[in-house]
Design a protein around this ligand. Structure first.
Ligand SMILES: Cc1cc2nc3c(=O)[nH]c(=O)nc-3n(C[C@H](O)[C@H](O)[C@H](O)COP(=O)(O)O)c2cc1C
Length: 191
């Protein structure tokens, strides 16, 4: 699968089959996250791999999202804020959020390439999840990813906004663009 295909076919999946993913492919996807751009070339992320059914059930409960129980593996992304805020006290927190996003997208696209599915879980009770996973206070739980194989063929993805509404030229007041046939030759119809 090429990069454009991974980007455009990745979907949030909330129904998984019983088939257990190959953990090696998950590790490869985590490895992809290590290539994301990071300020100062520091890597402040940790990945906690959960395959214990009881702990997965607790994560589902503290996220109020029952479908997480279907996953055989749940990956929890944890950041070590001090690694970024110490050298960059002014913008460290913002950088860390951006870096988590960059690492996550590499991870998600790699999973897609391996035919694996997930859903980015941001709604969870951090303190309850922290207790279940015994994560020390100094770390932030950024996001949770239940991993599996999609039960159904996911619907095709679409761009989340009209490109004509998000482009500006030189200055904020110039946000109109003449409609053109296709933004690039690889774009799907209507893009
Ligand atoms: C920061 C963030 C938090 C999210 N939290 C949840 C969540 O708790 N539960 C959920 O079902 N989906 C969650 N999602 C997934 C979005 O609902 C999903 O990306 C969106 O509906 C678009 O669908 P797509 O991923 O298939 O393009 C989250 C996405 C992001 C980026």
């Amino acid at each position: 699968m090429d990069l454009q295909e991974s980007i455009k076919s990745r979907r949030s999946i909330r129904e998984f089959t019983d088939k257990k993913p190959d953990w090696r492919e998950i590790i490869e996807a985590i490895h992809s996250a290590q290539y994301a751009p990071m300020v100062g070339n520091l890597f402040p992320m940790k990945f906690l791999i959960v395959d214990d059914e009881k702990i997965i059930a607790e994560i589902a409960k503290w996220s109020e999202q029952e479908f997480i129980n279907q996953a055989k593996y749940v990956i929890v992304l944890i950041s070590d804020e001090g690694i970024v805020t110490t050298p960059f006290p002014d913008k460290g927190e913002v950088f860390l959020r951006q870096e988590a996003g960059a690492a996550i997208e590499n991870f998600l696209l790699s999973l897609t390439e391996y035919g694996l599915s997930t859903c980015w879980i941001g709604h969870f009770n951090e303190e309850k999840v922290r207790k279940s996973l015994k994560v020390p206070e100094a770390y932030t739980i950024e996001a949770i990813f239940p991993i599996g194989y999609s039960k159904e063929k996911p619907k095709k993805s679409k761009p989340k906004s009209d490109i004509y509404n998000l482009l500006y030229f030189n200055q904020w007041e110039n946000n109109r663009m003449r409609k053109i046939e296709k933004i690039d030759s690889r774009a799907p119809e209507g893009y």
